[in-house]
Design a protein around this ligand. Structure first.
Ligand SMILES: NC(=O)c1ccc[n+]([C@@H]2O[C@H](COP(=O)([O-])OP(=O)(O)OC[C@H]3O[C@@H](n4cnc5c(N)ncnc54)[C@H](OP(=O)(O)O)[C@@H]3O)[C@@H](O)[C@H]2O)c1
Length: 401
């Protein structure tokens, strides 16, 4: 079969897929790109596209033959069809088998582990580059660390031994698809206790090495380095594992004793303490509510449904601002602070641009890595450092050091 396309977007009728399609359709980013969209219901995809004239391909996760045919028509598959553990395994298997590059938005750690273990050998053999977590989880974390370490290595010749990621501010919303994925993961973890163990393992995404990081802190603490109280960050359980896998895939460019953590800054004083404590208690309460059958059903009734998400205003007026502190191994005067910023709401406006740029990098850039399961930084690091600030409104800046 001839590869007619550079990129196919699967899930174009969904909330995030629609945003990705609009981004790729904008002239400046899609020049010379041969691309198509795909979905299980062609008529629904056509209605979603409105005035855009883009080829549509039918592909349903329930019909593996349609998935096999899909991946052979393109060099890169971009998928927003989630929950990924429910709908995505056939696509990953097909991409690995047919040498089709792949990127997604999953945050389902247990599923990533399963996919890597099942298909790594085939992807290496076919040359398919597969990159999970190309959205808010985990590009700002993974690329922020990559950027900081590049700066540190260039300036001081050694990597930062420890990096602290601190969310300074954000505004955005959540979609039904994300809630569905979160609930599906909790349900799976209730059925299968090995998944709980995997989620608790800081190095579960590493293939052959471990380090000295422990589980994420779930309670409030005061961080002298930021002169502020810190509470848990909701995506830390995914991002920290991706960053540790990047270090392994980059041949431990960050060091074998590298330590990494994430948290949310509140502020100093009693207000900051209460805010940080609230984040800890809030995360615990949400986890408890989601894990109990009756409250989970109630939540499913009131929260956004698949296909729904934040308003256009919330997306366009949203943002995120993250600060990372990199600690020099022996001289605190050489510590470095960098900032990662996004100009749209993190989960949808910025995420759509980040995954689209990841797909474009896989399709158009000279990448040095071969087939296999990569992280954004390990496969696309230098490409994304150029592309994201140029086109996606995601910037990386040295603040100090
Ligand atoms: N990492 C991040 O930062 C981030 C950000 C945003 C989203 N996400 C993840 O991205 C995923 C999508 O989120 P969303 O809000 O866009 O979800 P959504 O609106 O529910 O969209 C899901 C898409 O999947 C399609 N689909 C469902 N079942 C299918 C099947 N059997 N075969 C083919 N297509 C099928 C749907 O098609 P129909 O329209 O025909 O139903 C729809 O196009 C979720 O897993 C979410 O967690 C991650």
């Amino acid at each position: 079969m001839t590869r007619n396309y550079d990129v196919i977007v699967w899930g174009a009728s969904g909330f995030t897929g629609k945003l990705v399609t609009a981004y790729l359709a904008s002239e400046q980013t899609a020049s010379n790109l041969k691309w198509a969209v795909a979905g299980r219901n062609v008529e629904k995809v056509r209605q979603t596209l409105g005035d855009y004239d883009i080829p549509i391909i039918q592909a349903d996760s329930e019909a593996q033959a349609s998935i096999e045919a899909l991946v052979q028509q393109t060099r890169v598959m971009l998928t927003t069809v989630g929950p990924y553990a429910r709908y995505g395994s056939g696509l990953v298997a097909a991409c690995a088998a047919h040498g089709t590059h792949y990127c997604d938005l999953t945050g389902e750690v247990h599923w990533m582990r399963e996919m890597i273990s099942a298909h790594q050998a085939r992807a290496v053999a076919s040359g398919a580059r597969l990159v999970h977590t190309c959205g808010f989880d985990s590009i700002p974390s993974d690329m922020g660390v990559y950027f900081l370490q590049q700066q540190m290595l260039a300036k001081h010749g050694v990597p930062a031994q420890q990096i602290k990621f601190r969310l300074r501010g954000t505004s955005g919303g959540v979609s039904g698809g994300t809630i569905d994925s979160m609930m599906a993961m909790v349900e799976k973890a209730r059925e299968d206790k090995t998944i709980l163990k995997q989620l608790a393992d800081p190095y579960v995404l590493n293939d052959s090495s471990r380090g000295t990081d422990g589980p994420e802190r779930m309670s409030a603490f005061f961080d002298e380095d930021f002169d502020s109280w810190v509470g848990p960050f909701v995506m830390a359980g995914v991002n920290t594992k991706v960053v540790r896998r990047s270090n392994e895939l980059l041949a431990h460019q960050y060091g074998t004793d590298f330590q990494y953590s994430e948290g949310t800054l509140t502020r100093r004083g009693a207000g900051g303490f209460l805010g940080a404590t609230g984040l800890g208690v809030g995360s615990g309460a949400v986890a408890a509510l989601v894990s109990l059958g009756p409250t989970r059903s109630l939540l499913q009734k009131v929260l956004p449904k698949p296909g729904e998400g934040p308003s256009e205003d919330a997306i366009n007026n949203g943002y995120f601002q993250i600060e990372l502190l990199g600690k020099h191994p022996s001289d605190a005067s050489k510590n470095m602070r960098v900032e990662v910023r996004g100009d749209k709401d993190p989960g949808y406006g910025s995420t759509a641009k980040m995954i689209a740029e990841s797909a474009l990098a896989l399709a158009q850039d000279d990448l040095t890595v071969g087939g296999g399961f990569w992280t954004p930084a390990s496969a696309l690091g230098d490409s994304l450092l150029r592309r994201l600030p140029q086109s996606a409104g995601v910037t990386f800046e040295v603040l100090e050091g």
